[in-house]
Design a protein around this ligand. Structure first.
Ligand code: NAI
Length: 319
């Protein structure tokens, strides 16, 4: 069974998410090995990480208490998975979102790992029961789903297989806290986990409101970015209820019937038809044309906003 010592970290897959995990674990002082089926991806990842860490350090946004050089010295590439597994206490899989590919790599790991290491998948939507079915080390397996970009958005969803040992969840929870992430425990696997279920509920209603001509696409986005989103960065929907009346009990007494009445008017699942998609796309392209240059620039701006928000949240939490 998983020991309480985190040990070194092995990242499988050096793409977007693998790179972020490498930076996060190094910021927590862990030795990190990066593996990829494409050796060039590891080389690219090490280069990108170096550049990003330097920029973050210059803007005083590098996470953890170590300097960028100290953090960089903790990260190395490797080309042999068998050797890389040696000494690893936590393995974070970040290969493409393909069930067969992921099953194959976990089956391979199952043959070579000991009974101490935690085997974790970054999957966004594959269920643990599908990913880890039949593995001898299933008790050591779980999903640890990050949110993009993980360096600025700390939430991670921990999702167990029905046979995952509680100690695996506990140890991973502690590890995530140690690297400054914000873990939540999903008690029982469910399609979409929690984050995407909430996200899709919002997207569904946003789509219906736009499709029915009740609000324009750009105004719909403002409802979130200048309305609900302002407080959701600090408190969730349940605490919002608690604060918007004299506590939760009072909120439900006041608003129960109103909430139920409105909820009953929600329409069916949208089919995301071509016609509405084009209409929404046209509206989005007014501000952000959908070519790589504009999309890239806007993503950079978004990440800069998230970075500043993360700083503000840290300041507010320490008060
Ligand atoms: P990516 O395509 O950027 O990177 C995948 C990497 O895996 C590539 O470098 C590829 O060469 C490598 N790879 C492919 N087969 C491999 C194998 N058998 N062994 C080792 N390496 C292999 O993908 P990305 O975006 O980093 O996603 C990785 C995982 O993280 C996916 O499961 C995805 O659903 C999940 N995720 C992605 C998020 C995102 O916004 N991109 C957010 C949260 C989770």
């Amino acid at each position: 069974m998983a020991s309480s010592e985190p040990g070194d970290v092995l990242i499988l897959g050096s793409g977007l998410i693998g790179r972020s995990w490498a930076m996060l674990f190094a910021s927590g002082g862990f030795k990190v090995k990066l593996y990829d089926i494409e050796q060039q991806q590891v080389t690219n990842a090490l280069e990108t990480i170096r550049k990003e860490m330097k920029i973050l350090e210059q803007s005083d946004s590098l996470r953890g208490s170590l300097s960028s050089e100290e953090q960089l010295s903790l990260i190395s590439g490797c080309s042999n998975i068998q050797a890389a597994v040696e000494g690893a206490g936590h393995i974070q899989e970040c290969i493409p979102e393909n069930l067969e590919l992921k099953k194959k790599i976990f089956a391979q790991l199952d043959q070579i790992v000991d009974d101490k290491v935690v085997l974790s998948s970054s999957t966004s939507c594959l269920l643990p029961s599908k990913l880890f079915a039949g593995l001898a080390h299933v008790k050591q397996c779980l999903v640890v789903h990050p949110v993009n970009p993980p360096y600025y958005v700390p939430l991670v969803e921990l999702v167990p297989h029905p046979e995952t040992a509680p100690a695996t969840m506990d140890r991973t929870y502690a590890l995530m806290r140690k690297i400054g992430q914000s873990p939540v425990r999903i008690m029982k696997e469910i399609d979409g986990f929690a984050l995407n279920r909430l996200q899709y509920a919002i997207i569904g209603e946003a789509w219906r409101l736009v499709e029915e001509g009740i609000v324009s696409p750009s105004d719909l986005d403002l409802v979130m970015s200048d309305g609900l989103g302002m407080r959701y960065a600090f408190i969730g929907p349940l605490e919002t209820m608690h604060l918007n009346a004299e506590g939760m009990l009072n909120y439900c007494d006041r608003y129960r019937e109103g909430m139920k009445r409105v909820l009953k008017t929600f329409g069916p699942i949208p089919d995301f038809s071509r016609a509405t998609t084009e209409k929404v796309n046209q509206a989005m392209c007014v501000n952000v044309p959908d070519d790589p240059e504009h999309l890239g620039a806007r993503r950079q701006w978004r990440d800069e906003c998230l970075l500043r928000l993360a700083k503000l949240k840290r300041q507010m939490q320490s008060q």
